[in-house]
Design a binder for this molecule. Structure first.
Ligand SMILES: Nc1nc2c(ncn2[C@@H]2O[C@H](COP(=O)(O)OP(=O)(O)OP(=O)(O)O)[C@@H](O)[C@H]2O)c(=O)[nH]1
Length: 304
């Protein structure tokens, strides 16, 4: 019986997992393989699902991490996918807070032993964030290390923001941490797709942490804009954000425009992309924040 290949896309928040998924999906489309995608998001609303064409079966697991709170849901969603489709491969995009091995454990249920073959864990790393990793929260730093140590393929992404000696230094660091993995430098998650075929999962040493995402104390918050806002005021708001906010994504409507922008923010860097249709103006925040009230007040003020 044919087994569906499983690829786990791992990497901290905003490192380029969805960008990578888009590339892989394009490649799979050209290869005419039947694939499905599972996307796990910490936030309760979906922003990245438009990365997946409508003909590709997609299961979204929102509002928690498959490595801990919604593990059961993953099992039933996988079962559904395998029952409904004759799949060549399944790509699982994890939340940036997930420990890849815990996600793997969730997939390695006896239920799927004769239906799935684990091809490997692909981890994306934000090069600049890696260089500055010691200034991160210690739990986040630990998670970055774990995501690299357990990968079969590591993509050092955002290399457009690194100089040559930084690129060489990171490549050496990561190869030292995980000598068995293939390590490549990339920008916008470009990679030779033949690396996917060659991927073979190998089990690494036992993990240090059992419940990384709980230890990270990450929380999410969704703000829904009712009105258009000034881009300048929004950028002032971003500049004043604390480092404990790791990721923002969603849609913002500026008062000089009739359509919203898809807005992305990771590791302090904002990115805008014009949309040409009306979208719900939800903005998802992820960070080590216990009280989102202050952020909410600031966002409200932007709408006045
Ligand atoms: N400069 C630069 N930006 C990049 C690169 N790759 C991705 N980005 C940008 O980084 C942001 C985050 O990319 P995503 O692919 O959404 O990251 P992600 O890991 O899926 O994010 P989460 O799912 O929220 O954890 C987006 O604005 C991308 O356009 C890169 O190589 N260089």
């Amino acid at each position: 019986m044919k087994k569906a290949e499983v690829y786990i896309l791992s990497g901290f928040l905003g490192t380029g997992k969805t960008t990578l998924l888009r590339r892989i999906l394009q490649h799979e489309k050209e290869s005419a393989r039947k694939i499905a995608v599972m996307m796990n998001e910490l936030g309760s609303v979906s922003i990245d699902s438009d990365a997946v064409d409508s003909e590709v079966p997609l299961k979204e697991l929102l509002g928690g991490c498959i490595c801990c709170t919604i593990q059961d849901k993953l099992e039933s969603q996988l079962q559904g996918l395998l029952f409904d489709h004759d799949l060549d491969a399944i790509y699982i995009e994890t939340t940036g807070a997930a420990h890849p091995v815990e996600v793997l454990d969730a997939v390695l249920s006896p239920l799927f032993a004769d239906k799935l073959v684990i091809k490997g864990i692909i981890t994306t790393v934000d090069g600049k964030q890696w260089i500055n990793r010691t200034s991160l929260d210690p739990q986040v730093h630990q998670l970055l290390l774990e995501q690299v140590k357990h990968a079969d393929l590591v993509i050092i992404n955002k290399s457009d923001l690194l100089n040559e000696s930084e690129q060489a230094k990171i490549s050496m660091d990561l190869q030292g941490l995980n000598p068995g993995a293939k390590i490549i430098l990339s920008s916008y998650s470009k990679m030779p797709m033949k690396l996917l075929e060659g991927l073979a999962y190998t089990k690494k040493a036992e993990t240090a942490d059992s419940h990384v995402s709980a230890d990270l104390r990450l929380s999410t918050y969704v703000y829904r804009f009712q009105n258009a806002i000034s881009q300048r005021a929004f950028e002032d708001f971003l500049r004043a954000l604390p480092d404990s906010i790791y990721r923002i994504k969603g849609y913002v409507l500026f008062d000089h425009s009739s359509y919203p922008d898809l807005f992305q923010y990771s590791y302090g860097m904002p990115f805008y992309m014009k949309e040409y249709m009306k979208m719900p103006l939800n903005l998802v925040f992820i960070g080590q924040v216990t009280d989102w009230n202050d952020i909410e007040q600031q966002l409200r003020k932007l709408e006045l």
